[in-house]
Design a protein around this ligand. Sequence first.
Ligand code: G3I
Length: 305
Amino acid sequence: ATTLGAAAQQSGRYFGTAVAAGRMGDSTYMGILNREFDMVTAENEMKMDATEPSQGRFTYGNADRIVNHARSRGMRVRGHALAWHSQQPGWMQNMSGSALRNAMLNHVTQVATYYRGKIYAWDVVNEAFADGSSGARRDSNLQRTGNDWIEAAFRAARAADPGAKLCYNDYNTDDWSHAKTQAVYRMVQDFKARGVPIDCVGLQSHFNAQSPVPSNYQTTLQNFANLGVDVQITELDIEGSGSAQASNYDRVTRACLAVSRCTGITVWGIRDSDSWRAYGTPLLFDNNGNKKPAYTSVLNALNAG
Ligand code: G3I
């Protein structure tokens, strides 16, 4: 196959990208999007601040532009993200206790209901664990409403959009030996044991020199899958250039292909200049929209798999 999406489909997987509504007038950007990808994630437009700017008033204009474009072209959509400590609207940031818990659950219910039937997988909860060696939950206003806030969010999402896969999504959960990875693993294990509805784990997979692709990355994917959930690589980008970057992209792609429940890969933007860390040139297309060596290595790996 000659495109990322078609190459991924050969093994029943998808290949997606983050899309920013503000770039949808850029014909180079849209040309690559429409040619290469078969899954889309809104980079910012489905987050809590974008969809509920004032309490109880929901706005979906930019999110709908992305979702409608994707669906009209036969691309599927990952919903990102229903509940997160970051990018909360101002009105929510200083809330606490049962008022915050109810506001969060109402947000999950309203957004998941609005998009019911249109989303392949929701990032129901994003980035709820702390970095470092503690293995603890991240402190946040949501966490302070009680340790059960995550399972409450998953239950609300299942009730609102029963056909969608429900994912827990995080970063720095790629190295199997890290405390954060282990903590997420134990939470998913516990959810499966107690019947809390969870279908998938998203590994964001933002890599750079400080946080390289770990040697045990495939082990991590496999161990999560062994809990009875799908795994998805949800926000892939790898800083670097040339053959070193290409080889890292190859390793990540092969790791997913080697794990039957790794259902797809999403890169976090199209051209380097579209990236949240453009200085690191972390993506598959250069600023002019030309294919980089990393693109070719991913395409070849998908075709070989
Ligand atoms: O749209 C406004 C613009 O009007 C304003 O002039 C400008 C001034 O700062 O800000 C613009 O908003 C920015 C937005 O990106 C759109 O470009 C926000 O400030 C900025 O904070 C926001 O950054 C996003 C970041 O999440 C916020 O947490 C990045 O685009 C987005 O790539 C990034 O994505 C996250 C995932 O959601 C979760 N995992 C990590 C990943 C990378 O940080």
